[in-house]
Design a protein around this ligand. Sequence first.
Ligand SMILES: [Zn+2]
Length: 89
Amino acid sequence: MTNPIKKVRDHFWVRSHASEYIDGEMSPDDCHRLEDHRSICPKCKQLLQDLVKTIKQLAGMKVDQPAPDTLADDVIERLNAEGAKSPPP
Ligand SMILES: [Zn+2]
C-alpha cells in the first residue's frame, strides 16, 4: 500500500535530490528511498532517465573547463521548465 502523502513528499524530495543520486553521492538509505519512489512514479522515472541521458551527452562533449557542481541542478531545472512549456507531441 502506498501512502499518498508519502508519495507526494517523496516526489518533491526525489526532484531536489536527483543530482546527488546521479552523482553517486547519496547514502544507501536515500538511494533506496529514491528507487522506491521511482518504481511507482513514471514522472520521476522519466526525469531520472532524461537526466542521465543529458549528463552522458554533456560528458561526451569536449569542454575546456570541468562541469560546475550545479550542473545537474541546472539540467533538472531546464527539464522541468521544458516539461512545463512544451505540449506533448
Ligand atoms: Zn515522483
